[in-house]
Design a binder for this molecule. Structure first.
Ligand code: IPE
Ligand code: IPE
Ligand code: MG
Length: 252
C-alpha cells in the first residue's frame, strides 16, 4: 500500500488535506425552515455536492468522501427513502459524464446488494468509466455503516487466511471498503450535530474533526475554506508530544 496507517506509523501531514470525509447533514431542516418538503433539501444538497467536488479538486484535495445514505437511514419514512434512491439514480444519470470530463474518479462504497439492480448496474458502469481518472477520487458512501465495514472486512480477512487464529491491523486493512484511500485527514459534519453516526469508524482514528452549524444545502467553497483553515491550525501529534512534532518538522 502506498499510504501508512495512523496507528502503525506516522502519516505525512500536508497543508492541504489529502483526504476529506464529510457527513452531509441538515438537508431536511434546511427545507423545513423554508416551509418546503424535506426532499427539497435533498435536491438542493445535490447542487452542493457538485460545487464541493469542484472546490476540493481545485484546491488539490485528492480524496473526497461523502456520506450519502447510512445503513440506519432505511428507518426513515418509505417515501423519503424511495425519493433518495430516485435522486441517486438521476444524479448519476446527469453527473457522471461531467465528472469524467473533469477528471473525477467515482467510487461508491457500502452494502450495495440492497439497492435495486438498475442502480447497482449504473454504479458499476460509472465506476468503470471513471476508473482511469486521477484529479480527485470521489467516494459516495451509500448504505454504508462503519460497523458493517469492519464486519465485512473481518469476514474477508478470515476467509483469506484459512486456519489462522491471530490477526493484525495490517491483515484487516486491505479488506476495508476504502483500502484504496489514505485515512481521512479532515472530517467535516454540517448541520450542527456533533456525532459520528456510524460513518468511517475505523478510518477516522486520527482524523481532525470539524463541525459547522451550516446546513448542507448552504455549504459552499467559502465554508470549505474555513474548515481547511481550521485544519491548518491544528497540530497533529498522533500520540507524540508537541516538542517531538516540532523536532520532527525541523528535521524533515
Ligand atoms: C442529510 O440530511 C441527508 C441524508 C441523511 C440522506 P438529513 O435528511 O439528515 O437532514 P436533517 O438532519 O433531517 O436536517
Ligand atoms: C448521517 O446523517 C447520515 C448521512 C448524512 C447520510 P443522519 O441525519 O442520518 O444522522 P443522525 O440520525 O442524525 O445521527
Ligand atoms: Mg440528519
Amino acid at each position: 500500500m502506498s499510504h501508512s496507517s495512523s496507528t502503525q506509523g506516522i502519516p505525512e501531514a500536508a497543508s492541504v488535506p489529502r483526504h476529506i470525509a464529510m457527513i452531509m447533514d441538515g438537508n431536511g431542516r434546511w427545507a423545513t425552515k423554508r416551509f418546503l418538503p424535506r426532499v427539497a433539501g435533498h435536491v438542493k444538497g445535490v447542487e452542493t455536492v457538485r460545487d464541493v467536488v469542484e472546490a476540493c479538486a481545485s484546491r488539490g484535495v485528492e480524496f473526497l468522501t461523502l456520506f450519502a445514505f447510512s445503513s440506519e437511514n432505511w428507518r426513515r419514512p418509505a417515501d423519503e427513502v424511495s425519493f433518495l434512491m430516485k435522486l441517486f439514480v438521476s444524479a448519476l444519470e446527469r453527473e457522471v459524464a461531467k465528472m469524467h470530463v473533469n477528471g473525477i474518479r467515482l467510487k461508491v462504497v457500502g452494502d450495495l446488494s440492497r439497492f435495486d439492480e438498475k442502480l447497482q448496474k449504473m454504479i458499476a458502469d460509472a465506476e468503470r468509466k471513471t476508473a482511469g481518472n486521477a484529479r480527485l477520487t470521489l467516494t459516495i458512501c451509500a448504505n454504508y455503516g462503519g460497523r458493517w465495514d469492519v464486519m465485512q472486512a473481518t469476514a474477508k480477512m478470515v476467509a483469506a487466511n484459512p486456519g489462522v487464529t491471530e490477526f493484525s491491523e495490517e491483515m484487516l486493512a486491505p479488506h476495508l471498503s476504502m483500502a484504496y484511500a489514505p485515512e481521512p485527514d479532515l472530517f467535516i459534519r454540517t448541520g450542527g450535530e456533533q456525532r459520528a453516526s456510524n460513518f468511517l469508524l475505523w478510518q477516522m482514528a486520527y482524523s481532525e474533526l470539524y463541525f459547522t452549524d451550516t446546513f448542507w444545502p448552504d455549504f459552499n467553497a467559502a465554508a470549505l475554506d474555513q474548515a481547511i483553515a481550521s485544519y491548518q491550525q491544528r497540530e497533529r501529534r498522533f500520540g507524540r508530544t508537541s516538542a517531538q512534532v516540532v523536532a520532527h518538522k525541523k528535521a524533515s
